[in-house]
Write a protein that binds this ligand. Structure first.
Ligand SMILES: [Zn+2]
Ligand SMILES: [Zn+2]
Length: 364
């Protein structure tokens, strides 16, 4: 349990502001539940927003409340295209001018969701992006040529003392990631921004292939859920491993393997089976939630914690709790009961991520 989280947040913010406290690795859940999901992972010099399920304004408000600076985010990672994970995605990415990392199928599905009547095929859209990118590169080349001419002039005056700067290569350390569009701010930006699917930069990753964003290594793994290409993530930075596994109908053997050795585990505990069965949802929706591509129940999360979990995590955070078919106390009791059967897990701290307020940053 986090005792008096508001007071703790204030103390942390004061300490950071005075330079007393240098936070190394942090994990902050900004929101969790069927009305919006988002978390911030920080480590080294890198800060990643995982999903943007709230409006940009609300994401920024919650980040500041939790002591995080939105302007310092380096990238947005998307687990899947359901609305509760992407609601504020385009606005946030544009406002900050940062890249968005998707799998290709999730990007496609997101685009279809935003422009369902779009006549353009995906291949045509990709071609349009390439052409826009080529035009932008041509513009840059012209600017560089002009700069070169200036530099040559300057070289004739060595007393200037200036040295050419090394070219920035922000994607140099990335592996298994393809840059699809890099339509940075420029002449075409105003026109691009009228397109609801326009993003400053899109990067593709593939489930099962490790890649890096700055100092944080990211391992995406496939989860069973009714989306185009849904993934969970394991983040590793400075020797700390943090895993996110929400929006999954069941925990497959591969997911179990991925969740080993995690120091922090954000695990779905979506619904209580009895509440869902007796609750207000139409039968078809109940079937969907209960299915192998739906959501993880309190009982299924407990079953995992009791029988398959390796006990390594210092923090277990239960998340994506349904507001209609669950109660925080039920989720907590169910998980606590599962953990209490294993004496070696008494040191594990169990937290609940909520829909309406951020959870105090977890620090390592
Ligand atoms: Zn989902
Ligand atoms: Zn969701």
């Amino acid at each position: 349990m986090v005792v008096n989280p508001v007071g703790r947040l204030r103390r942390i913010r004061r300490a950071v502001a005075r330079g007393i406290l240098v936070l190394m690795v942090r994990f902050t859940v900004l929101a969790s539940g069927s009305r919006g999901n988002s978390a911030v992972v920080c480590g080294g010099q890198t800060r990643i927003l995982v999903d943007a399920g709230l409006s940009c304004r609300e994401l920024f408000r919650r980040m500041r409340l939790a002591g995080e600076e939105p302007e310092k985010l380096d990238a947005i990672l998307v687990t899947h295209e359901h609305q509760d994970h992407i609601n504020g995605l385009a606005v946030t990415a544009r406002k900050l001018g940062i890249p968005v990392y998707f799998t290709e199928a999730t990007h496609r599905a997101w685009m279809r969701w935003l422009s369902p009547r779009r006549r353009m095929t995906y291949a045509q859209w990709l071609e349009q992006c390439r052409q826009q990118n080529a035009a932008r590169c041509a513009e840059l080349q012209t600017a560089l040529d002009e700069q070169e001419t200036e530099d040559e002039n300057l070289a004739a005056h060595p007393e200037d003392g200036s040295r050419p700067r090394e070219a920035d290569s922000p994607g140099a350390e990335l592996q298994a990631v393809e840059s699809v569009t890099s339509l940075g701010a420029g002449a075409g930006q105003a026109a691009n921004e009228k397109d609801p699917t326009w993003l400053p930069s899109v990067e593709y990753f593939h489930s099962g292939q490790l890649f890096a964003i700055g100092d944080i290594s990211v391992s995406p793994f496939t989860i069973s859920h009714d989306a185009a290409d849904p993934v969970g993530f394991v983040f590793a930075v400075e020797g700390v491993r943090m895993a996110i596994a929400t929006d999954l109908g069941y925990i497959s053997p591969n997911v179990k393997a991925q969740l080993k050795r995690a120091d922090l585990l954000l695990l779905e505990s979506n619904h209580d089976l009895d509440m869902l069965r007796d609750g207000p949802y139409p039968w078809a929706v109940k079937q969907r939630v209960l299915s192998r591509v739906g959501h993880l129940s309190n009982e299924a999360a407990a079953e995992f914690l009791e029988n398959a979990y390796d006990g390594n995590a210092t923090y277990i955070v239960l998340g994506h709790l349904s507001e209609n078919n669950n109660l925080p106390e039920l989720a907590r009791i169910s998980a606590e009961r599962a953990l209490s059967g294993r004496a070696s897990l008494l040191a594990n701290r169990l937290l609940l991520a909520m829909q309406h307020e951020p959870l105090a940053s977890i620090q390592f």
